[in-house]
Design a binder for this molecule. Structure first.
Ligand SMILES: Cc1ncc(COP(=O)(O)O)c(C=O)c1O
Length: 441
């Protein structure tokens, strides 16, 4: 090429949820049966999409209109349906004009961050879902500004820290919250949401709330942004990838709240919509089936069954981890992940090499890069020795150590086997660590 195609010094975006997959394939190639617990795709994990849902999609696929472009902002009837659903919560009121569809929520996230001025920053949680941190750091050319989700407080943020960060950084224009959270599964209480909204109100910011898991809350109560936002400008982010589940539909949407309260915010949202117009529109077919699926008499039962299953699995996880020293599971309640938190020094301690074969040790050594975060050691150990493919917590843009795995395994016996393997591997790690400590002492 005549010119460099990528700006000098631009870092590659990291997405460890998929980055770890290559290593899992290497193991599979050696004949190892891998537990794929890295990615939140229920269908890939064997969840059967119900017959009634498939029939709705199949019937719509017979309609010619499903093959055409739709309106730039999305199918009007569906946007009306979704606006009515949001209004039914009794908080902020929206119309179909406040909703815009994208090709998956990941696409919407990229558009929102991409439209912001390079001089503005979004204050986001640590850990955070990499689509948010990646889009932010790619735009501002440095690490995102983050507030702490504290594992010792069940992953709750401290509003005083958020306030301090907003005060100290006048370039912050928005606060992000993911609720229920990915990776921690935490469902934030009303008081947390209200505190962040109040900070946004005082400092003239807007709120971004990723609610893609809003209908997958199996413990506690889901409080939606629309219920607490009052008169503060905000964007709620939603989609069908997780709850139908239909991640392959590439269908998600934004809900704009209180555009009429702030012309700068209104202009920003208008420009996001205008960007969509230049691309024509988003995927038509999935949008057309949303009202029929969401208002089907079986929809609630279907979701209740999924939630009951998640709750049962999370109880098993908590019971299993209760018995392993040094590994802590907190959070949970929504979404379909369990996050294990580990003291970083402990995560980075020596691999229990005496218990491993040369082949396993060599794999771990080959995979570890100079400068890898401490939790990679334990994640690679779980993969190389036990065939368990999980995501290091450091892959969620955080200094915390640990890993995230999914609660999606559909075969009960296999899920139990996964927990047994984890207990065995992590138990060995704990034992080895104790031995090391006693030698040093
Ligand atoms: C918190 C969160 N937001 C957004 C997305 C992206 O969803 P989509 O499949 O609609 O792009 C995901 C996917 O895992 C997610 O976990």
């Amino acid at each position: 090429m005549r010119l460099p195609l990528v700006p000098a010094g631009k870092k590659k975006a990291s997405y460890e949820i998929r980055g770890i997959v290559d290593k899992g394939y290497q193991l599979e190639a050696c004949g190892k049966n891998v537990f794929w617990e890295n990615i939140g795709d229920p269908v890939q994990k064997g969840m059967q999409v119900p017959q009634w849902m498939k029939e709705i999609v199949a019937a719509e696929a017979l309609s010619d209109a499903s093959y055409g472009y739709c309106e730039s902002k999305g199918v009007p009837k569906t946007r009306e349906f979704l606006a009515a659903r949001t209004n039914a919560f009794g908080g902020v009121r929206i119309t179909s004009d406040d909703i815009t569809f994208f090709n998956g929520l990941g696409d919407a996230i990229a558009r929102v961050y991409g439209m912001l001025s390079p001089d503005a920053r979004v204050l986001m949680p640590s850990p955070t879902y990499p689509a948010h941190s990646g889009a932010e750091s790619s735009r501002i050319g440095r690490a995102p500004l983050q507030y702490t989700l504290d594992p010792k407080r069940d992953w709750l943020p401290d509003p005083d820290e958020v306030r301090q960060l907003v005060t100290d950084n006048p370039d912050v224009c928005a606060i992000l919250l993911i609720n229920p959270d990915n990776p921690t599964g935490k469902v934030f209480p009303y008081s947390t949401l209200a505190a962040l909204v109040q900070i946004a109100r005082e400092f003239d910011l807007f709120i971004i709330c990723d609610e893609i898991y809003e209908n997958l809350v199996y413990e506690g109560e889901m409080v939606r942004l629309c219920e607490v936002i009052g008169d503060v400008p905000a964007i709620a982010m939603k989609g069908i990838s997780k709850e139908f589940p239909w991640p392959g539909s590439r269908c998600g949407w934004l809900e704009y709240y209180n555009r009429d309260k702030d012309p700068v915010f209104a202009d920003f949202c208008g420009r996001i919509d205008h960007g969509k117009m230049t691309e024509v529109c988003s995927t038509t077919l999935p949008q057309r089936v949303i009202p029929a699926i969401m208002s089907h008499p079986m929809y609630k039962t279907w979701q209740d069954d999924i939630k009951a299953e998640l709750s049962r699995k999370m109880s098993k996880v908590r019971a299993a981890f209760h018995e392993i020293e040094g590994f802590h599971v907190s959070g949970g309640g929504g979404a379909f992940y369990a996050t294990v938190h580990i003291d970083c020094e402990f995560a980075g301690s020596c691999v229990p090499y005496t218990a491993l074969t040369d082949g396993q040790l060599n794999l771990i050594r080959k995979w570890l890069q100079p400068g890898s975060a401490q939790d990679y050691k334990i994640v690679y150990f779980l993969l190389a020795v036990h065939g368990i493919c999980v995501v290091p917590l450091s892959g969620f843009s955080t200094p915390h150590c640990g890993f995230r795995f999914t609660l999606l395994e559909q075969d009960e016996a296999r899920f139990d086997e996964l927990l047994r393997e984890m207990k065995e591997g992590l138990g060995l790690w704990s034992k080895h660590r104790k031995l090391e400590e006693s030698v040093v002492a």
